[in-house]
Design a protein around this ligand. Structure first.
Ligand code: G16
Length: 542
């Protein structure tokens, strides 16, 4: 029932920031998915007879690859597979299921916020037994195997019925189809004050959640409407679609524009939120105010003890390097550790496992905690709702008070998508070459204090990750960071992260792009963005 198939390597299977992401037609090449999955298994040891979790965000090609992964898991000697009904598991739910059932690891099929469909994006990611994305030493080993693979193993059996919960046998391995929502919803009930949130909603607090036709629809319906009693219809676009309805399931001000417009209107609900393709990102908008992900991290950390799951306080906060320093000020006030990691949730895993950090966040709309080892969109929404239910203030009042207490970190990210790769690499190389000469240079009123290429020394396993983004720090604490995205699937995406700290509460009402105008200009002067990329303006501003 098990066969060994001869194959030849593909040269382009290097995992990026979060697993292997490519266009669907790339994954549809002969043996492409099989090669990568076998390379995952060939990088692991000691899984015979153990449990593997498999699930995805429901995008186009999800079911096909789930069938392949199940049959390959059986042929490679796993004892059991837990798979979400319909092949569905949000990324944070997959992380929780791995942890709860003490699985050996998990395969998560997703290209996250990237669009889906026959010509759009697909992805495969491996998560380790702590529930988190495989660390670099594992992804490096997977990549090495993809370059030398000659055979893969697969069970020669009929497809599994993914739509009926319960157990089935696949070539001697047990496949258990599980409810994708219930374990996760139960976990949320242990962390947050559901009765307080329910009472607040019953008292007239209005919310809207846009699931963007992606994986969080069933989770949000169950938790927000069924368990917390939000008005029916509060959850929009709740049916996961293989192509996300033709939209880009990225909860930002461009792709969730309709939600933003609604929240800025006169009759806006009190709280608006959205999540992405696989449910790990979040967008938070109060009536009349967009909360940047960096600010959201800081505000959630500052108020976390209002939720029962965090009542004992936080051990520390971790943020990715390009994320603003707003959370650092909270950590300082709380007298707890603050950790600055490279971009990529995988870098938080060691800090969470070691108990050094409790809450983590990234500027790329990701926030999460030690409850799982992925960022978690609905978790962030529920923590906000818990805080709002206890404080009984508006989002805008909470934000204003936060800025008055800690100062405001004006922050924006400018993305230049699908730039010619050679041009983008040339821009980064040229910046790197100037680093030594930059300190002391003046750009208008700005003076460069330091400039470097960020290196991370993991305090837990002592591993070092170099070349994680170029930082230009100005006297007074403002900064500009340049990096190339590790999640795009065509050309290169240049990300420019811009930040200014403003301690004076009288200056907290300025438009963000205006507050950052001189830094934006300095970024172009330093990197020659317009000249090198041929772009006169960013593709996306968040
Ligand atoms: C992934 C990673 C995040 C990272 C983001 C952006 O998110 O998990 O840690 O911040 O990509 O990465 P990049 O700037 O390299 O494109 P997701 O939601 O796509 O899984």
């Amino acid at each position: 029932m098990t066969k060994t198939v001869t194959t030849t390597p593909y040269t382009d299977q290097k995992p990026g920031t979060s697993g292997l992401r490519k266009k669907v037609p790339v994954f549809q090449q002969q043996n492409y998915a099989e090669n990568f999955i076998q390379s995952i298994f060939d990088s692991l040891e000691g899984f015979a007879g153990k449990t593997l979790v498999i699930g995805g965000d429901g995008r186009f090609y999800n079911r096909e690859v789930i069938q392949i992964a199940i049959k390959m898991a059986a042929a490679n000697g796993f004892g059991r597979v837990l798979v979400g009904r319909g092949g569905i598991l949000s990324t944070p739910a997959a992380s929780h299921v791995i942890r709860k059932y003490e699985a050996f690891g998990g395969i998560v099929l997703s290209a996250s916020h990237n669009p889906g469909g026959p010509t759009e994006d697909f992805g495969i990611k491996y998560n380790i037994g702590n529930g988190g994305p495989a660390p670099e030493k594992v992804t490096d080993a997977i990549y090495a195997h993809t370059k030398t693979i000659t055979t893969y193993k697969i069970a020669d059996v009929a497809d599994v019925n993914l739509d009926a919960e319960g157990e089935q046998d696949v070539a001697g391995m047990t496949v258990q189809v599980i409810n994708p929502v219930s374990d996760y919803a139960e976990l949320m009930e242990t962390l947050f004050d559901f009765p307080a949130i329910r009472a607040h909603l019953a008292g007239g607090f209005r919310i809207v959640f846009d699931a963007m036709s992606a994986v969080t629809g069933p989770y949000a319906k169950e938790i927000l409407e069924n368990r917390l009693g939000a008005a029916k219809g509060s959850v929009l676009n709740f049916v996961p679609l293989p192509d996300f309805g033709g939209h880009h399931p990225d909860p930002n001000l461009v792709h969730a524009r309709a939600l933003y417009e609604e929240m800025m209107g006169d009759d806006a609900p009190d709280f608006g939120a959205a999540s992405d393709g696989d449910g790990d990102r979040n967008l938070i908008i109060g009536k009349g105010i967009f909360v940047t992900p960096s600010d959201s991290l800081a505000m959630l950390a500052a108020n976390a003890t209002l939720a029962p799951g965090y009542a004992k306080g936080l051990a520390g906060i971790a943020r990715s390097m390009p994320t603003s320093g707003a959370a650092d000020r909270v950590a300082e006030k709380l007298g707890i550790g603050i950790y600055e990691t490279p971009t990529g949730w995988k870098f938080f895993g060691n800090l969470l496992d070691a108990g050094l950090a409790t809450i983590c966040g990234e500027e790329s709309a990701g926030t999460g905690s030690s409850h799982v080892r992925e960022k978690d969109g609905l978790w962030a929404v529920l923590l906000w709702l818990n805080i709002l239910a206890v404080r009984k203030e508006s989002v805008i009042d909470i934000a204003r008070e936060h800025w008055t207490t800690y100062g405001r970190n004006y922050y924006s990210r400018h993305d230049y998508e699908e730039v010619d790769s050679a041009a983008a690499n040339g821009l980064m190389d040229a910046l790197r070459a100037q680093l030594g000469t930059l300190p002391g240079r003046k750009l208008g009123d700005l003076v460069i204090e330091t400039a470097d290429d960020f290196s991370y020394h993991d305090p837990v396993d002592q591993s070092v990750s170099n070349n994680q983004g170029i930082r230009i720090l100005f006297v007074g604490g403002s900064r500009v960071v340049f990096r190339l995205s590790g999640t795009g699937t065509s050309g290169a995406t240049l990300r420019v992260y811009i930040e200014r700290f403003e301690p004076d509460a009288a200056k907290h009402d300025v438009d963000t792009q205006v507050a950052l105008a001189d830094l934006i200009e300095a970024a172009d002067t330093l990197a020659g963005i317009k000249e090198r990329t041929g772009r006169t303006e960013p593709t996306v501003i968040t």
